[in-house]
Design a protein around this ligand. Structure first.
Ligand code: TYD
Ligand code: MG
Length: 441
């Protein structure tokens, strides 16, 4: 017989413990443990079970025929790219992101593009009226959109099984879905995990792709998508800054395609649109011939993207110089300033340094180091970086420029957009040389 036992589960990584702990021993997140219930079998019954269990039949892998899955396009090129070519029948996709980032908007855009496919939109969060406002705003007639205002997991499951003409199911959001069979309030770990399992089974049974929306908040999230990652086939994160228009869609797990793929979108008045040539768009507003700006190439997954790094140096008005970075690590900025002072002979000790990645993006690659150094050097010398220069490379503490992965890909992308003079570890030995060759004299 099964018994229930209370355990504590980390909502960030899924680690379980029999006692509540303040900091997760696995992922080091603070205050992330929530009460959870698991069923445990008593030793007597498990012994009986093991006696009555039948043995399985292993099969030879070579006898399994490999047919590539038949994919259904989402109608948006950038979304298909992150899925690995489109939806696979029965695939369950978790679309996670902070509230208000544009998850519902992107899914409405997909429904709009899938004109000939009936889409079942299960709304647990918004009313049908609110969805109507959104579709009208996006200029979408919504002939193929079926709305189901329901939060019961069993009812949703039955509806999917009985409506044979549905081609895609969207559940917005999984945190609002509730099963009477399970303990806990909607949104609790037990409920979210149980409902995901139930809906996943239904999607597999009927062979319809399903997208589950999952909210992630920095604070107060009851069940983070991390706990659901092993149940679903694909996990996508929609990221961005609500003050900026760009959104990045990343894959963190995909059973049907490559991870590390990214799709770029732009939020607008009439909905969310894919960005086909992101590098071109990111550099559109760049002022040519302005001091304190350098173009760099960042790898987002397997995709090279061009970004503009901006730096501003101003005389310190207080005793201690300020160093502030947005979209880049402050600590790394301090290190690079030290390298510039010591290895390139720039006197920055009485200057405040402000650094920013134009467009509100965050970059964490060391490959950006060189462009950061060149932008700062350009600002302090008040000499613009040459118009056809793009730079990437890691800066070592001795001022040397180090190789970074995917050099060829980065160079090709820069050249494609007219940046013929690509400064990297092959073209400049050290930071001093790089500054000499890239600044207008
Ligand atoms: P939404 O998709 O509702 O976010 P989520 O489902 O992730 O919580 O998007 C909310 C924001 O998007 C909201 O602030 C308004 C904005 N928005 C646009 O800028 N353009 C549009 O066409 C739509 C529908 C929304
Ligand atoms: Mg929403």
């Amino acid at each position: 017989m099964s018994k229930f036992k209370t355990v504590y589960t980390c909502k960030n990584c899924g680690y379980t413990s029999y006692q509540w702990v303040g900091q997760c021993p696995d992922c080091s997140e603070w205050n992330s443990f929530v009460e959870d219930v698991v069923s445990v079998k008593d030793s007597k019954s498990s012994l009986n079970n093991s006696k009555s269990a039948i043995s399985g039949k292993p099969i030879k892998l070579s006898s399994v025929s490999s047919v590539p899955p038949k994919r259904v396009s989402s109608g948006i090129g950038e979304f298909d790219r992150v899925l690995g070519g489109g939806f696979v029948p029965g695939q369950v996709v978790l679309l996670a992101g902070e509230p208000g980032i544009g998850k519902s908007t992107i899914l409405t855009e997909i429904s709009k593009n899938l004109k000939d496919v009936n889409v079942l939109y299960v709304c647990g969060e918004e009313s049908a009226d609110q969805i109507k406002i959104r579709t009208t705003r996006m200029g979408y007639e919504a002939e193929n959109l079926l709305i189901l205002s329901e939060t019961s997991a069993e009812t949703i499951s039955n509806t999917i099984e009985q409506n044979k003409d549905i081609g895609l199911v969207i559940v917005d959001s999984i945190q609002t879905i509730f099963s009477e069979e399970l303990l806990g309030a909607p949104g609790s770990l037990v409920q979210v995990r149980g409902c995901t399992q139930l809906l996943t089974n239904t999607a597999k049974k009927v062979g319809i792709p399903m997208v589950l929306v999952g909210h992630v908040t920095k604070e107060g999230v009851v069940a983070g998508p991390k706990v659901l990652e092993h149940i679903v086939d694909t996990v996508l994160y929609l990221e961005g800054d609500s003050q900026h228009l760009f959104r990045i869609l990343r894959t963190s797990k995909n059973r049907f395609g490559a991870v590390s793929e990214v799709g770029i979108f732009e939020m607008g008045e009439g909905g969310i649109k894919e960005v086909k040539n992101p590098s071109e768009l990111f550099l559109k507003q760049r002022l040519t011939n302005a001091a304190g700006s350098c173009v760099t190439v960042v790898m987002e997954g397997y995709r090279p993207l061009l970004f503009e790094i901006q730096a501003l140096t101003v005389k310190t008005s207080f005793g201690y110089p300020r160093r502030t970075a947005s979209g880049f690590s402050n600590t790394r900025l301090q290190v690079l300033i030290a390298i510039l002072e010591r290895r390139a002979g720039l006197n920055l000790s009485s200057y405040d340094v402000y650094l920013s990645v134009a467009g509100g993006f965050k970059v964490s690659e060391y490959a950006v180091d060189l462009a950061v150094c060149l932008a700062i050097a350009s600002s302090i010398k008040d000499k613009p970086v040459k118009g056809n220069v793009a730079a990437f490379g890691e800066c070592g503490l001795n001022g040397e420029i180090r190789k970074v992965p995917h050099q060829e890909k980065r160079i090709n992308e820069a050249k494609k957009l007219g940046y013929e003079n690509v400064i990297n570890s092959d073209s400049a030995k050290n930071i001093f040389e790089a500054i000499q060759s890239s600044l207008n004299q």
